[in-house]
Structures are given as structure tokens and as C-alpha cells.
Design a protein around this ligand. Sequence first.
Ligand code: MN
Length: 735
Amino acid sequence: MKTELVIDLEAEKQEILKRYRALLRASKSTLQKGDKKEIRKAFDMALESHKDMRRKSGEPYIYHPIAVAQIAAEEIGLGTTSIVCALLHDVVEDTDITLEDIEREFGKKTAKIIDGLTKISGVFDTNSSLQAENFRKMLLTLADDVRVILIKLADRLHNMRTMDFMPRHKQLKIASETIYLYAPLAHRLGLYAIKSELEDLSMKYLDPDTYKFIAKKLNEKKAERALFIKKFVEPIDEIVHEQGLVADVYGRPKSIHSIWNKMKKKNIPFEEVYDLFAIRIILDSAPENEKADCWKAYSIVTDLYRPNPDRLRDWVSSPKGNGYESLHTTVMGPRGQWVEVQIRTQRMNEIAEKGFAAHWKYKESSNDNGLDQWIQKVREMLNNPEANALDFLDDFKMNLFSDEIFIFTPKGALIQLPLGATALDFAFEIHTDVGATCIGAKVNHKLVPISYKLQNGDQVEIITSSKQTPKEDWLNVVVTAKAKSKIKSSLKEEKRKIAENGKEILERKLKSLKITYNTENIQKLSYFFKLPSTQELFVNVALGKIELKDIKEYLSSGKEVESRSPERPENLSVDGIKSKIKGGESDILLIGEDMQRIDYTLAACCNPIPGDDVFGFITVSEGIKIHRTNCPNAAQLMANYGYRVVKAKWNKQQELTFLTGLRIVGIDDVGLINNITRVISTDFKVNMRSITVDTNEGIFDGSIMIFVNDTEHLENLIKNLLKVRGVTGVTRFDA
Ligand code: MN
């Protein structure tokens, strides 16, 4: 029988209208007079201009802008302008419609937002600095109009939700970008629900095995967990209502990504992660009773269950910088299990779920405005033209995820800094000049060094000296992006001055040796002294590290020093590298589009072994390096240097061995080490390279480096090691 694909256009048209109506329903709460007409106009324009386009899945393209608009309205709580912009977000880039058309039809504001959206979506496949520049642009528009970023997040979320039809390498790249930048941004803007979903979806593509493993485990115990939650919640619910509070009490599962993070961070198996869910108490309170009601609920919960005093978090009295307000406590449940309870009002909950947009809606009733301050800070940082885009991005990203501490100035003003900030960070926060001349600080009237890590509530007075200047090692002392970029630009300036001086000295020295001072000779010299740039050469001369006798040595070395400027990664093309590398007999890894056998080395950061999901990365000097897709460096590499990533796949059959590490923990017992090594070397005939063991009060903690064939081999070994008496956990580690 012949089958043929028939698209029922009439049915498709009905479906488009159905989705459009669902969008209108979702935006109903914000619609004002005339808004519906605007949205209809945008929808008609998008429908018409995308009419001949289809998505990779074969669906009509218009499904995508409708879905993005729906996310913007429903999940972020944005209004009509944003819905219009979301519907039109791809038209300027992908169709004949111009920005002028948009401005004529919808006005300046809409055109400006769409311009921002079009700029961000630019080319993401060129080189790294361009890519970083793109991210930087994106952050610039954040300082301009946050809606651009919010719509971009909605766009990214829908693309991540519908990525199954993409080729694998695109999935990896998009997922990497998402985990590297978009999820942290969503977090910083307080969009917790979107952040968690982006993280889970990224993990689903970057580390599919672990993702499926945890999803399966979660599913297995679902009924049991539901019963536990019901029993736990019942008495709370009862007393809360008795006391006249109106509240919704329920259990909420944690995301797969956050469970995995906990497993990695604490090095524990799934079974030992206790907080697979959190209990939420959402109160319906009048604005003036909010705080009192939250504490009343807290009192009820802790009367029923014993709280862990170290785990009380009060973001009701001092909200987080992104607007998050909530009261968190961890209590001992009836079966000796710790349970996290989050208490907040409906208003606070809406801010926690929808972030920024909700924050603005309630602005009048909220006394703190951390986000405004944060955007102001972003604006300041972006205005520093000296900063290298890639460096900037790294520093900036570090600040995206961090929690804040609150520090007082001597006069009692409150300054917000990320957790881990030092006295020096505080100095730069006050003023660049204060930071640059800082020699120490008084914290709560006690003298401390500049590297002192500040604690929440510290009162800090900075001590300066006019003789002080920023030092290279200060970069290790500070954590804020602001302090880092200020120190870097001042060091650069300093270095430039030294190099200028060194250049003059070198010119004189060469003259005395009768060598012409020209670019070629200078490059030969820097190459001879193994320096990465001529600027470094000048600096070394100025600092007296390279003297006349060293230059003479170079002359007498007689070697014709080849002047080779170090190859820049941007100049390398994938094809160029591929043709340079020849295939060897023992290769077992297939690389590239056509899956050829070429030379490679295994990355030391994640030690891949056959069976692992891997990709190749073209390095400047060491050919292709193979990383695991769940390598800690993978997201950063793929997000910034996507064009240097090549596909790689194991071809199973070989007898080669690969080095990997196992961490074994257990109860120390006579002969435990003997039993472990017996399983490894006698039963499994695996070679051990090293073994280090720590025993502490009867707890055994050992690291063993072994050679295995592939993941299957390793899994069997782990299974058998777990059978050894006394062993309680065996996990693979990378470095
Ligand atoms: Mn799009």
C-alpha cells in the first residue's frame, strides 16, 4: 500500500485559529480597550508574512510566534506591547517586512523592541568573540528595555520545548547556550519556573542518560511520595484554617536538574537526596498582614514538626535582589526525613513564578527594589568600553547565580553584594578610586586584610593609601564583575605604560648590538623567549627579566629563529584541521560529519571512555580533544566556540583501555581494601594505576584510578564493588 503525506490545509487553518484564541484567553487579564485589535493586527501580519514557512517538524511556522506570545502572556505575565512584539519577533529577520513597516503600523516602542530582538538573534555560528559580543548586546538591550530579554527567554523556552526535530549537533549547541546564559538570566530576573524548565530541557539533551535515570527513579516512587506529602500536609492544613488563615498547602516536586546538582555536589546516590519535593504554603493575605501571616504559618509548622535551626531563610524581611520573597524552613518529618517548607503569600508567589513582570505590577506595595539597582549595575558595567567581551561575559555570568549579602557603610547605608564578596569588592562598590587605593578595612571596628570575606550584616570602613595601586593578584581576591573589570582595565593601562618604557630600552639595546629594530626582529625575539606577544617582550625588558646578555645569547644561538605568529583559533577552519589529521589503525572514535577516523586526544577534564556520549573540540595546538557532553566545561565550549565542535561517536569493538576514577566510600572493616582490590584486579582483571585511601573514625573513603574498556565494563565493575561488604557507595569521578 502506498502512503502519502497529505496536509489538510482547512484543518490547519482551524488549528491556527484555535491557538490564537487560546492566546487571547491567556492575555485576558491585562487587556484594555483597543488591545485586542492591536493583537489581531499583529497576528494577521505574522500569519501573512510567515504563510509559506514551516518549522523543522513540518508544522506551520506561525505556531511558533503564537506559542512565544502565549508564554510571554501566561508564564511571564507580560502585557499587550510584549504580546504584539512576540507575535512579530521573527518577521523582520525572516520575511520581507522591515522595521519601518513595524514602526508605521505599531509605533516606535514596538519597533524598538523588535529591533532589539532581531539584533540578538543574529549569527551565532561565527567566532567566539562575535558570539560573546552578541551576548553583550543582549545584556545591553536588557539595560534598555527588559522586555527584549523576557521575550527572548520565551522564544528560547519554546525552541527548547520543540527541539526534537533538530539535528543532534544543533541540539547540543542550543542546549549549551541555554544552560550557559539563558537559564542564569532567567534566574537573575526571578523567573524560577522558566529557569528550572530551561535547565531540565538542557540536561535532557546534554546528558540524556542521567536525565532519564533520574526521571525514572522519580516516577517509581511517585505514589509513595504523594501519600507521604498528604500525611505531612493534613495537620498543617487543619490548624492553619482553624487559626483563620486562608491558605493553599501542597507538595511540589523539585526539578531533575536540581536533584542532579545535589547528587554531584554532595557526592550521594539518588536514594540519599532527601528533598525531592518541597511543601508550599501559599497564603491569601491582605497587604498589611502579609509578614505577620507568614510568621503565624511558620509557628504552626514548627509546632508540629521540629525545625532545623540552621536552615531558616527569611526573604520576607529582606527580599533577594531579583525580588524573591519567601520564608523557608526545613523541618523533621514523621519518618525522620528532612522536609523543606516554603511559606509565602499569593503576591509573593506570583513574583516567585513570573519574576520581573509581576514585580512591577506590585511595585507600589513593595518597599525594596533590588532589580532596579541590579539593572543600574549592568548598565555601569556595560559602559566600560575597555572590557574584553569574553572576559566580561565570564565575570558577569558569575554574578548571575549568586545570592546576596547585605553590608552596612559606616554611616549605616545598605550595600548589596554577592555571597563571597570581600572587603576589596566593597571598596570598588563604593567608588573606583576607593577600590584602587584600598589597603585594608575595618569590619565591625576590627582591622582586616583586603581579602576578608564579608558576612551578612557586617559594617565596613575602607582604609586607603594614595601610594596604593591595583595588583594582578587582586583578581583572585574579588568576585564582583564590577571590581574585576575595573582592576583589569587599570592593570592593562599599567602594563601599557611599562611596555612603552620597555620598548624604548629594547630599541637602545638593539642599536648597541647593531640590530635593526623592526617588526620581524621583534617577533623573532619574542618567539625565542617563548613569549606570547611583543608587548610581553617589552614588559620583560622593562622589568629587567630580559637583559643584554640574553639578547646576545639569542644572537649566538646561531639558530635561524623562525618567526611564527601564534595561530589564532579564529583562523582555524574545521576542514583545515581535518585534512591535517591522518587516520591511524587503532582509532576507535569516529569524528566529523562523515564519521571518519582521525587522531584525537581525550580531554583530561572529563576522561571520556567508550560508551560515553561525546563530542570533539578543535584545539589550537593539540588537534581534536574529545569531551563528554556532560563534561563540566562542555557548555562553555559549545556555547562560545560552537564552530569548533565536531561530532564524535564511539565505534564499539576494541580492546583498548581508558583511565577513569572511582570513588569508593564505606564502613572501614578488616580486609575491606583487600576485598576491593580483589574484585578489581582478580575478578575483573582491571589494572589499577593509583589508589588513595582515607579512613576517618571508621569511615572509609578511597579514590582509585583504573583502566577500563568502556562504560559497560565500568558499570559491571561498580555493581560488583557495591556487593563488597562494608562498601556503601561507588561513584565515577572525572579528574
Ligand atoms: Mn523565534
